[in-house]
Write a protein that binds this ligand. Structure first.
Ligand code: AMP
Ligand code: MG
Length: 416
């Protein structure tokens, strides 16, 4: 069992993981906390927006007919009978020959059917009365924001499964959602294995490296919309790893380990999966980097055995863990979105396996262009900093040339 490693295609591996997806429950969070959460129910408008006819400008609410044939040569004069501040209302119906001073957003008084902008008027005071001179003809319904012109009662304004952005936060507030139904964030645990690992605040020592995967993964987990929980580093000792994982499994929705998943002397994960009696979904994927990526299921918890190599670890998370998180969150679209881009460099290395290059894509002259974000080796960390896509180069090909059309898988949630 331990030595049997049959590579399966990437898509097949993703399918096997997604087959195990669980759906997260709904919870309520305060509106202050909603940014980037996933909405758990449709938001249906229970009133019109605006909920009354209102003025889009500072000016005067008038009866359009009163302006008759007003012109610069023959202005007409209306008596100003009221003054409506923001949030106030004028309660009497407007009579012929009257105007009401109105602020942006205030309710149009009954009887008024147009608003003239303040800058198109002249106000004059005569003894204790105020008048407004108007030099132009106004039309029925001119300059009025009508009830329901923004949103109509009954409309579904945001669908469940949508990632909440600032505009959606505004809509939720408009409709009085002090508490918002969202999907619970899954807790994703992280354990870094390897006797060579130093804590981030330890000085470098011969033969050792600082553990960078933990912090990379915690940021990836957050970017995917889940809650990271770090269980510490484990040396390459069977009992240490087993104990650490046992504790973690009880506290998470899924668990990521990095390192120890290959076939070296200190690669203990295959043995640990046996110990836990976990069902291995796959232990080899036809891809570079990260061909040793393994996913196993222990009771109800998926265990992601990602390679210790930083780039391979990064790619393994994006391809397999992220879509599982998105499915849990019940997001409308699951998996990295894909686009076609033009390759900006030659890539001559042939490979039987699909290659996922940490790449950078940008729009140039209206075209999406992609190139490697740095040196392309699975043990390298620098190129990850500037990566906003994975460039997928299908296996079994003779390499690629600058100008070829390639698929890029977007790493950020924003569309490109
Ligand atoms: P492994 O998958 O355990 O064989 O590790 C592969 C390579 O990744 C080795 O060179 C490790 O030193 C390195 N590595 C393992 N874990 C980490 C980690 N947490 N952070 C950075 N590099 C790591
Ligand atoms: Mg190791």
């Amino acid at each position: 069992m331990l030595n049997e490693r049959i590579p399966i295609p990437v898509e097949e591996a993703i399918t096997r993981v997604m087959h195990e997806a669980k759906l997260g429950d709904m919870e309520y969070v305060q509106i202050e906390e909603v940014y980037q959460r996933v909405l758990a129910s449709n938001i249906v408008a229970d009133h019109d927006v605006p909920s009354f006819d209102r003025s889009p400008y500072d000016g005067f609410a008038i009866i359009a007919k009163d302006t008759g044939s007003a012109s610069a040569q023959r202005p007409i004069t209306l008596e100003v009978v009221g003054h409506i501040g923001a949030g106030s209302v004028y309660n009497q119906p407007l009579q012929k020959g009257q105007a009401v001073r109105i602020m942006t957003g205030a309710q149009i008084p009954d009887g008024a059917d147009a608003v003239i902008m303040l800058e198109h008027t002249e106000t004059v005071t005569d003894s204790d009365k105020t008048f407004v001179n108007i030099q132009q003809q106004m039309k029925h319904h001119q300059n009025i924001s009508f009830q329901g012109e923004d949103v109509q009662k009954g409309e579904t304004i945001v669908e469940r499964g949508t990632l909440i952005n600032p505009g959606i936060a505004a809509l939720l507030a408009t409709f009085g959602y002090k508490k918002v139904p969202v999907t619970r964030k899954p807790v994703v645990g992280v354990i870094a294995t390897g006797s060579e690992l130093l804590e981030v605040d330890q000085p470098l020592q011969k033969g050792k490296i600082r553990n960078s995967n933990t912090y990379m993964l915690m940021a990836q987990i957050e970017r995917a919309g889940a809650k990271p929980k770090y269980f510490g580093q484990a040396s390459d000792q069977l009992d240490v790893c087993i104990n650490q994982m046992k504790k973690a499994i009880d506290e998470v929705d899924s668990l990521i380990t990095t390192g120890g998943v290959s076939v070296g002397d200190y690669d203990l994960l295959p043995e640990i999966y046996e110990h836990f009696d976990a069902k291995v979904l796959f232990n080899k994927v036809a891809m570079r980097p990260g061909s040793v990526t393994t996913v196993a299921k222990c009771q109800d918890t998926l265990l992601f055995g990602l390679s210790g190599n930083p780039s391979a670890c990064y790619v393994g998370f994006e391809l397999f863990t992220k879509p599982l998180i998105q499915a849990f969150l019940q997001q409308k679209s699951v998996g990295l979105s894909r686009k076609q881009a033009t390759l900006d460099v030659d890539f001559s290395k042939a490979n039987p396996f699909d290659r996922f290059i940490r790449g950078h894509a940008e729009i140039r002259d209206g075209m999406l262009v992609a190139y490697p974000a740095g040196k392309d080796k699975s043990n390298m960390v620098h190129s990850l900093a500037d990566a906003n896509v994975l460039i997928r180069l299908p296996g079994g090909t003779e390499g690629f040339q600058k100008g070829d059309s390639v698929e890029v898988w977007l790493l950020e949630n924003d569309t490109m």
